[in-house]
Design a protein around this ligand. Structure first.
Ligand code: NAG
Ligand code: NAG
Ligand code: NAG
Length: 512
């Protein structure tokens, strides 16, 4: 373990900087805000119970290029440890993998896997992903550096962290290690088990999009379906209202002149809408607003649930006056901007580009540049609305999204398509062939269509939780959680019990 900066408050400080007005993808801001809520509840927990309850922060010295032994450069990777429940050296270890953002102390204190630790007497370790949060190599985010950012590098880090922390913490060689993660990190958890079964006994992969896809048009198919789901406050009328709100936005954009200027002020578009590319930015942000309400439905810190969004879009309907969906969308935009502390919902394409080109890590705080790089070189995941039944604007189209890879990194469209195909052949897409993996998804989450939602034989199980949004199973329990979510979390617990029993009967002896 290398000594590192004692920046315990790092993630909170970083988050507060992100409240600025710099352009960043709306979905990623929402994600950070939800994480901030969880972190602040850990902070208040520790204020209540004293510093003893705080997790320990540590730093591992990792090779920058794990695939080239003659390259001696290294970087410091941050991790968190909660050993309060770990009863003996041969108890289980829950390794919570970070994804495309910072990983704070909440990762080992709250929600899954931490909430499972007391009953299963597990050691909980959180490992931040290289190039995100405070685990950014010296030299920042230049192209020369970003060569060392990929899921394969991240998996190499998992292996070396697994070996180093075993020694450091005197973990018994018979202890089963179980990986956890949500979203991209959920894919990493499954892939870690797939590629290194001798080191990692099992994995719980939450909302893991294991199939890479260039044109992710099915994202908006699920968003559209979820807007009609009565279980979460949607209805066919709500989807129709969303559709007519978008149609009206497009109509007002076409009208130009004073109408367009009014729309700009009403929806919080900070850039002039005279330019087509800025109109696309606005439509993209509005889609992310609706997509975000679905993706993070019901979660603490999310500014708008599906029920609230539908309430705004259909306001006036209950008392017999005609609803005004455009007005509702406008209100929704204000709610989201206010909640995120942003004065703009969308920025100019030029500003967005300039921000994505910044190679100093602290400025592009939410990791937009790094994640864009990973989508351009591994995953795609570009959300489009090309299907004629898609209720939103058909803009932004795929080419304008792919253009970002070219403009920011000089990567061609054909190289991206190739990279996406390569990722699927390397990991196996939706049939990864791993054992001891539990895939957990929510059926209203737009990402579940890229995950595994049906058991693939006896040792790969799948749980599809009705009415649950993205990674909801990992969030701290709340009284407002639905019965199906509660049941889903119980199934995860039971699966872990089964695995840990199996591990006891057939001890893994990693010879390292
Ligand atoms: C490996 O690292 C050495 C030392 O930095 C460097 O000279 C060499 O080009 C690297 N090889 C590859 C394949 O990157
Ligand atoms: C490591 O754990 C073993 C039990 O697994 C124990 O016998 C030994 O004393 C421990 N060593 C240290 C340095 O804590
Ligand atoms: C119906 O409700 C809307 C929104 O709450 C309000 O603006 C409108 O004045 C109401 N109309 C009547 C007739 O009460």
């Amino acid at each position: 373990m290398a000594a590192g900066p004692a920046l315990w408050l790092g993630p909170l400080l970083l988050v507060s900087l992100w409240g600025s007005s710099a352009p960043a993808s709306l979905l990623r801001r929402l994600r950070e805000q939800i994480q901030r809520f969880q972190e602040s509840s850990v902070l208040s927990l520790s204020l209540d119970t004293g510093a003893a309850a705080l997790p320990k922060e540590g730093w591992l010295e990792q090779p920058l290029d794990p695939f080239n032994a003659s390259d001696k450069r290294s970087f410091l990777q941050r991790y968190w440890i909660n050993d309060q429940h770990w009863a003996s050296q041969d108890g289980p270890v829950f390794l919570h993998l970070g994804g495309e953002g910072s990983l704070g102390p909440g990762s080992v204190m709250k929600g899954h896997p931490a909430a499972l630790a007391p009953a299963l007497r597990a050691l909980v370790i959180g490992l931040e992903h290289r190039f995100y949060g405070l685990s950014i190599p010296a030299g920042g985010l230049t192209m020369a550096q970003l060569r060392f950012l990929s899921s394969r590098h991240a998996l190499a880090d998992v292996v070396s962290a697994r070996l180093a922390l075993s020694r450091l913490l005197n973990v018994s060689s018979s202890s089963p290690w179980v990986c956890f993660g949500g979203s991209y990190a959920g894919s990493l958890a499954a892939w870690a088990r797939l590629k290194f079964p001798h080191l990692l006994f099992a994995a719980v992969a939450s909302s893991a999009p294991v199939r890479a896809v260039l044109d992710f048009s099915s994202y908006n198919e699920v968003v559209s379906r979820s807007l009609t789901s009565a279980a979460i406050g949607g209805s066919p009328e709500c989807r129709a209202a969303a559709s007519s709100a978008f149609a009206e936005v497009e109509q007002r954009l076409r009208a130009g002149g004073a109408v367009r200027a009014a729309l700009r002020a009403e929806l919080g578009a900070c850039a002039s809408l005279g330019r087509a590319e800025n109109r696309v930015e606005l439509l993209e942000a509005l889609q992310a607003l609706v997509g975000g309400a679905v993706q993070y439905d019901g979660q603490a810190g999310a500014p708008l649930s599906v029920r609230q969004l539908c309430g705004l879009l259909l306001e006036g309907r209950s008392n017999g006056s005609r609803p005004d969906p455009y007005h509702g969308l406008r209100r929704a935009a204000q709610v989201v901007m206010h909640s995120l502390g942003q004065k703009c919902l969308s920025f100019s394409r030029a500003e967005t580009l300039a921000q994505l080109r910044v190679t100093e890590p602290q400025v592009s705080g939410v990791g937009d540049r790094q994640w864009l790089y990973q989508t351009c070189t591994e995953f795609g995941f570009y959300v489009t609305c090309e299907d004629p039944t898609c209720p939103f604007s058909q803009l932004p189209a795929l080419p304008s999204q792919l253009e970002l890879c070219e403009q920011v990194f000089g990567l061609s469209t054909s190289s991206i398509a190739q990279a996406v195909a390569q990722t699927n052949s390397y990991y196996g897409g939706q049939t990864p062939g791993a054992t001891h993996v539990l895939f957990v998804n929510g059926d209203t989450d737009p990402w579940h269509v890229l995950s595994v939602t049906q058991a693939l034989g006896p040792s790969v199980s799948a749980l599809l939780i009705p009415g649950a949004s993205h990674c909801f199973d990992m969030a701290p329990e709340r009284p407002s959680d639905s019965p199906s979510l509660h049941l889903g979390r119980q199934s995860i617990f039971q699966q872990l019990q089964t695995w840990l029993k199996l591990a006891k009967e057939t001890p893994v002896r990693a010879g390292v």
